[in-house]
Design a protein around this ligand. Structure first.
Ligand code: THU
Length: 145
């Protein structure tokens, strides 16, 4: 964490705060995401589970859709992600799942500027990646439609 910039640390702290408010009674696996917009606004989200399991939603998509709905012309600069579990210590970096990568890619393509990802577990190493699309080679986009 000490190797991150002050801006990145601040963003990760917001992701941690969001993570700790997650609604994850079934998996016990709490995820928090914090997006930094180019106007300095930070938008957070966390996973929201459901008794009908597939009706739940990941933290990253809760955050990006919240941001997209409130700031339709936004540019997302960065997203910080963190996860913890009440059954074990999450000591590996937790990157976005495939569906979240696809969802985030739509925004990175539209804004024509990369979205930096910074992700961690609860403790341990933090991964920082300059562009979401680098995590999604051969991705599907609107050019196929
Ligand atoms: N989860 C996320 O919120 N983001 C991810 O990228 C991976 C998984 C959530 C979904 C579910 O509530 C819990 O973690 C366990 O899969």
């Amino acid at each position: 964490m000490s190797e991150l910039s002050a801006e990145d640390i601040q963003l990760m702290k917001q992701a941690i705060a969001a993570r700790d408010l997650a609604y994850a009674p079934y998996s016990k696996f709490s995820v928090g995401a914090a997006l930094l917009l180019d106007n300095g606004t930070i938008i957070t989200g966390n996973n929201q589970e459901n008794a009908a399991y597939p009706s739940g939603m990941c933290a990253e998509r809760v955050a990006i859709w919240k941001a997209g709905s409130e700031h339709p012309n936004m540019v997302v600069k960065k997203i910080a992600i963190t996860a913890s579990s009440s059954t074990s210590t999450v000591d590996k970096p937790v990157g976005p799942c495939g569906a979240c990568r696809q969802t985030l890619s739509e925004y990175e393509i539209n804004q024509k500027e990369p979205i930096t990802l910074i992700f961690m577990g609860e403790v341990g190493k933090i991964v920082k990646i300059k562009s979401l699309l680098s995590l999604l080679p051969f991705s599907f986009d609107s050019s196929y439609l």
